[in-house]
Design a binder for this molecule. Structure first.
Ligand SMILES: Nc1ncnc2c1ncn2[C@@H]1O[C@H](COP(=O)(O)OP(=O)(O)OP(=O)(O)O)[C@@H](O)[C@H]1O
Length: 349
């Protein structure tokens, strides 16, 4: 908390500065990053994921940065790292967190980006900012569309096309105006295969990605669907169903959506203040994205259109087979299967 307030103080005085520095791309020396992060001090640590740890830092010009130090030993050879990171560094879109540069000395492989003052969707939905209720419905809708546009850019317009591979709430960052900045796109190319299946991605991985270890545009769509469901329901990707078991948010939501029990699905933190039509759109789009049959999932471009409210497409979506009520037994047996799976995975909830 102390660390957070320190960041917030520095934040406002640096806003202007940060905007000016945003687009510069360069190689950092290890020494400069050591100075900026107080030698990768524990107090500067923002968190740790499957690839390594992220530190808050401040450069000589007072701009704030996030420094991702990839796990030692997992580093790619210098040339390979350089090639991949240079490709990612060229990607620019209003809803993607651009890289500022990198450092590659000895065994160290470090990626530098701007520090996002409002942290991540994870911290607002389930973490340190959740009690402040800063994500009203308008912001959530805006974040959903923004993040979808960022990912659609990666899939359909970036050269070469980029698969994100690790879409989740901690990788959707919020800038000072609460606009979505999707981070860590393409990082799966910077780390060894399998790093993603770490426990942090639980509940986000499409079944075919979890079993093959191969990410695809369709597996990104699945993960994005889970994210939409989190925004609509306020639940985590794994929903507690008993003291020892959890369901995926999809298995929890599908039966309720089929029975049109929306009041049981909506995030109570919204306190009834949301546009029903938009909320349903986010719910149904989220569910179709997470369809178990890959070919039924929309592309990210279609997701953007749907979220923006293409009336015909949304109506067709709500009438999709997936949301037709199925008599008793099938629904019940689906729950049992999910519970078994959850048990086998010894999910900790
Ligand atoms: N540029 C940034 N600005 C602010 N916070 C950031 C930034 N980059 C990362 N973070 C935060 O730092 C924390 C650690 O990030 P990190 O990416 O290491 O972990 P993760 O997202 O949980 O897992 P993974 O490595 O699988 O993405 C997360 O809470 C993330 O939201």
């Amino acid at each position: 908390m102390a660390l957070c307030s320190m960041f917030c103080c520095v934040k406002s005085s640096n806003r202007k500065n940060q905007r000016i520095k945003e687009s510069t791309w360069r190689i950092f020396s290890l020494r400069e990053l050591q100075v900026a992060t107080n030698n990768f001090n524990y107090d500067n640590k923002l968190g740790e994921g499957g690839f390594g740890s992220v530190y808050w830092g401040q450069l000589w010009d007072a701009s704030q940065i996030a420094v991702k130090r990839l796990k030692s030993g997992s580093g790619k050879a210098e040339t390979e790292f350089y090639v991949e990171v240079e490709i990612l560094g060229r990607v620019r879109h209003k809803n993607l967190l651009s890289l500022r540069g990198y450092s590659s000395q000895g065994q160290e492989r470090i990626v530098v980006s701007d520090y996002m003052t409002n942290l991540s969707l994870l911290s607002h939905l389930h973490g340190q900012h959740s009690a402040e209720f800063l994500l009203d419905w308008n912001r959530r809708m805006d974040l959903a569309i923004g993040a979808a546009e960022g990912i659609a850019y990666l899939h359909h317009f970036a050269t070469p096309r980029i698969i994100h591979g690790n879409i989740k709430a901690s990788n959707v960052l919020l800038d000072e105006d609460f606009k979505a900045k999707v981070s860590e796109f393409g990082f799966i190319k910077l780390v060894p295969e399998g790093a993603i299946s770490a426990k942090g991605a639980r509940g986000y991985l499409a079944p075919e990605y979890a079993s093959s270890g191969k990410a695809s545009a369709a597996s990104d769509v699945y993960s994005f669907g889970v994210l939409l469901l989190e925004l609509a329901t306020g639940k985590r990707p794994l929903v507690k169903s008993s003291s020892t078991c959890a369901l995926t948010i999809i298995d929890w939501a599908v039966p309720l959506a089929r029975e049109r029990k929306f009041s049981e699905l909506v995030d109570p933190d919204l306190d009834g203040k949301y546009l029903e039509e938009e909320w349903r759109r986010v719910l149904f789009v989220g569910l179709i994205c997470a369809h178990s049959q890959i070919e039924k999932r929309p592309t990210m471009l279609e997701v953007v259109e749907l979220l923006k409210g293409d009336k015909e497409k949304v109506a067709a979506l709500e009438n999709d087979e997936m949301f037709k009520s199925i008599p008793g037994t099938e629904e019940a047996s689906k729950y049992v299967v999910s519970e078994k799976v959850a048990k086998q995975e010894s999910v900790n909830v």
